[in-house]
Structure formats: structure tokens, C-alpha cells
Write a protein that binds this ligand. Structure first.
Ligand SMILES: O=C(COP(=O)(O)O)[C@H](O)[C@H](O)COP(=O)(O)O
Ligand SMILES: [Mg+2]
Length: 430
């Protein structure tokens, strides 16, 4: 390895082996770099090289990555707030031995580490990964994935439904639980905490957990349907694991984790702890847009979803295929990947959320299919007749879409749905 320079990390004739992790990047070289030099720097800095030629005494294991593909491409310009930009599609192959099996933080410190801030490139985005079997199967993957529809509920092939009480923070425990009860008895499957509700004085975690699960039991008895609660266990370190244990003790079926703000090491710990208890994991992706919103930089939502699947979440937010209030990246394509075979690891049930209401359900199901969790907050609690009516409206819209029935026909039977359609129509909110 004596005298190795970054040019040594480019080989256009290299053919990735079955054990290589292949990453696809979008790269805009710095003004004084050509595309091949920039691609070499990406492969170098993300594996075992640096900016300087190295003088190494003795032999070291060669863990160099190889930039094997550098083709002009362009991104952006097709969605509001993005400009069309010209750059390069760069393929980099990483040898398996570079990675610590089963450690997502270590993997990401290679493939999404220093290179994101490297001056050799003006922009760089990790767009996609092809995970080799030895690396993928060193992670547990989800315990249940889309099987939650049968294992936790009796939902068959219809989308499961969830709601997050609004306002997202500020409701007392009693108010929160009452909203949950009204939603459950109106037909919603899952009560869900919001991303910034954890253990605050106005609504403490343990009170909310036990009282919500009591209300769940009452709602199950009243409706004859199975119900569940996505309680947000997000917290630093051991406290989060204690909260996972508390959910199991209280008779919950799921925990919810803010996976990006927590970090992947924490998600891996939660996955391990949930395994002991047979709990499923719902992944909220708050902060993902800091990585994936710009098409020319960061880490794509596609890759974030891949990481989440390997770490073992059962459900994850992947957007609304542009029907809702938040910017989305290829929801349908990401959902397809989450369903695809990955060396026998379980799939992940995608959650569509963010600005949804009953009138959007037919188009949502048309674009994304029924293997879905459909979550509505404002689209339920903003119903003119309140939460219970809002829940009935969403459930009627979902049942109709799953049965291939027109929403108008369903609205004739369910007045709450007619009211929701009258209020919001089929408009996309902002
Ligand atoms: O609170 C909500 C939705 O509330 P509402 O239904 O009132 O819009 C979720 O946090 C967002 O869906 C997150 O976004 P994403 O799902 O895109 O990660
Ligand atoms: Mg939210």
C-alpha cells in the first residue's frame, strides 16, 4: 500500500462481486476537479484513503473501495423548490471486509460519513444501495413487517389505520386518552403519539401508557375489533429501553421510535429489546428531510428506509406519494423496495401520513396499494363533528378503497364521510 493515492480508487473495468456493497451516488465535482478524480476521492475517503498519498510501513489489509462507474446525469427541477442540476452518477463498490457486520453506525460512517462534507465535491448524495447477503443478513430485519395486519389486528388485506391526536403536544393525559378512545371506537386501529410527545409534564409517559391501554381494552370490547397503541418511547439511552419494558409490562403490542433523531445504534438496541417482549416497532422519521429533501445532496429517503428495514423496524413513514402536506421522494418506489425480497428478511409496512384526509384515500390507495398503514391527524380531529365522526369517515373511506368501491357510494351510507368530503373534497393541503 506504499504510495497509494486517491487515483488508485478508480477502476472502470471493475465488476462488483456478490459480496460487495454497491452504492450509487449523485456527485458534482468541485470546480477544480474532473469527474473521475471526484469519484476516486469519494471511494477513497469512504473506505481507507485520504487526501494525501500514504506511506505505510509493512502490509495492511486492502479494504479499498472502487469507483467503477462515472456517468453524466442531472437531478431536480421536477419538484417545487428544486433546480435542475448537472452532475454524475457514480457507482462505488465496497469490500465486505470493510464493514463490521451488524453495526449500522459503522457502515454509515463509511458510506455516508466524511464524504458528505468533502470539499472535493460541491454536492454529493447517497441515492441507493445494493446490500450484499452477508452484510444484509448480519442485521435482524423486522420481526413482523406487514404481517402485523394479521398478527396484531384482523385487518386482512385492507390498509390499517392510525391517528395522532392534535394538537400534537399540549393535551393532558385525560384529553389524549379520550381522543384515542373516540378514534378507536370510530373505527381506527392504532392510536399514535406524535413525534415530539414523549414524557412531558403535561402528559407523562407512564400515565399515558397505562391509561391509553385501559381505553384500548374498553374500545376493543365495545367494537369487537383489535386495537393498539403506538406509544413514543423515544428517550436517551437506557431510559428508552426502560420504556420498552414498561410497554411490554402494560400489555402493549408496539413501540414507536423517532428513528432519525434517536440514531441507528439506539434503534438497533430497541429492536433487540423488543425481541425479548415480542413487540413491534413503528418508525417515525422526523428529521429525515434534513438528509433527503434536496435531490442533489445528503442521503435519500430510499437509503434511510433500507437502513430502517435492516435495523428491524416493522412500520415506517414513507410519505403520501405527493398527496399530503409534506415533500415526498418516490413513495411508491420506496414502498416497493420495502416489500421486495431481501434474503428472506421480513418486509416493512409503509405508513402514509402528513396532511391526509378521507377524500384523498381513493387516490392514495390507487397510487400505493393496500399494503399500507394510513395515518391521519388533522384529517380526523379537524372533522366538523369531532374525532369520533372523523374516525368513522376515514375508516369508511379506507374500507371502500380496499373493496374497490367508489367513495361517493360509501359516503351515501356513512354521513360522517359525506361531511368530510364536503369539507375537504379531494384537495391536497399545505
Ligand atoms: O403528525 C403527522 C401527521 O399529522 P397530520 O395527519 O395532521 O398531517 C406526522 O408527524 C407526519 O405525518 C410526519 O411526516 P411523514 O409521514 O412524511 O414522515
Ligand atoms: Mg407528527
Amino acid at each position: 500500500m506504499v504510495g497509494i493515492t486517491y487515483e488508485d480508487f478508480l477502476d472502470r473495468s471493475y465488476e462488483p462481486t456478490a459480496d460487495d456493497l454497491v452504492c450509487r451516488f449523485y456527485v458534482e465535482p468541485a470546480a477544480d476537479m474532473d469527474a473521475e478524480a471526484a469519484a476516486s476521492r469519494v471511494a477513497s475517503e469512504s473506505s481507507n484513503g485520504t487526501w494525501a498519498a500514504l506511506q505505510v510501513e509493512g502490509s495492511v489489509t486492502d479494504l479499498s473501495a472502487t469507483a467503477f462507474d462515472v456517468e453524466p446525469t442531472s437531478v431536480g427541477g421536477d419538484t417545487p423548490g428544486t433546480d435542475r442540476r448537472e452532475g454524475y452518477d457514480v457507482g462505488v463498490a465496497y469490500p465486505m471486509a470493510l464493514f463490521e457486520p451488524g453495526s449500522m453506525p459503522q457502515v454509515l460512517s463509511c458510506i455516508a460519513g466524511n464524504i458528505l462534507g468533502m470539499k472535493a465535491v460541491d454536492r454529493i448524495r447517497l441515492r441507493d444501495c445494493e446490500w450484499p447477503e452477508p452484510l444484509a443478513t448480519s442485521f435482524p430485519g423486522p420481526a413482523y413487517g406487514s404481517a402485523v395486519r394479521d398478527r396484531v389486528f384482523d385487518a386482512g388485506d385492507r390498509p390499517i389505520t392510525a391517528t395522532v391526536p392534535k394538537p400534537k403536544v399540549g393535551l393532558s393525559t385525560d384529553q389524549h386518552v379520550e381522543v384515542g378512545y373516540q378514534a378507536w371506537t370510530g373505527g381506527i386501529d392504532l392510536l399514535k403519539d406524535d413525534e415530539n410527545l414523549t414524557d412531558q409534564a403535561f402528559n407523562p409517559f407512564h400515565d399515558r401508557l397505562t391509561e391509553s391501554l385501559d381505553a384500548r381494552d374498553r374500545a376493543e370490547e365495545e367494537t369487537g375489533e383489535r386495537k393498539s397503541y403506538l406509544v413514543n418511547v423515544t428517550a436517551p439511552g437506557g431510559e428508552m429501553l426502560d420504556r420498552v419494558d414498561a410497554v411490554a409490562e402494560a400489555g402493549g403490542e408496539y413501540v414507536m421510535v423517532d428513528v432519525v433523531t434517536c440514531g441507528w445504534a439506539a434503534v438497533q438496541q430497541v429492536r433487540e429489546r423488543c425481541d425479548r417482549h415480542g413487540l413491534a416497532i413503528h418508525a417515525h422519521r422526523a428529521m429525515h428531510a434534513g438528509f433527503d429533501r434536496l435531490p442533489d445532496h445528503g442521503v435519500s429517503m430510499r437509503v434511510i428506509a433500507q437502513i430502517a428495514r435492516l435495523c428491524g423496524v416493522d412500520q415506517i413513514h414513507t410519505g403520501t406519494a405527493d398527496l399530503g402536506k409534506l415533500a415526498n421522494e418516490d413513495t411508491a418506489g420506496i414502498n416497493e423496495w420495502l416489500r421486495s425480497d431481501l434474503y428472506g428478511l421480513a418486509d416493512v409496512l409503509p405508513t402514509a401520513s402528513g396532511g391526509l384526509h378521507p377524500g384523498l384515500v381513493p387516490e392514495l390507495v390507487d397510487r400505493l396499494g393496500t399494503q399500507l398503514c394510513i395515518q391521519a391527524g388533522g384529517g380526523i380531529h379537524g372533522h366538523p363533528d369531532g374525532t369520533h365522526a372523523g374516525a368513522k369517515a376515514l375508516r369508511a373511506a379506507v374500507d371502500a378503497a380496499a373493496a374497490g368501491e367508489d367513495i361517493e357510494a360509501a359516503a351515501e351510507r356513512e354521513p360522517a364521510l359525506a361531511t368530510a368530503i364536503e369539507k375537504w373534497g379531494t384537495e391536497t393541503p399545505r
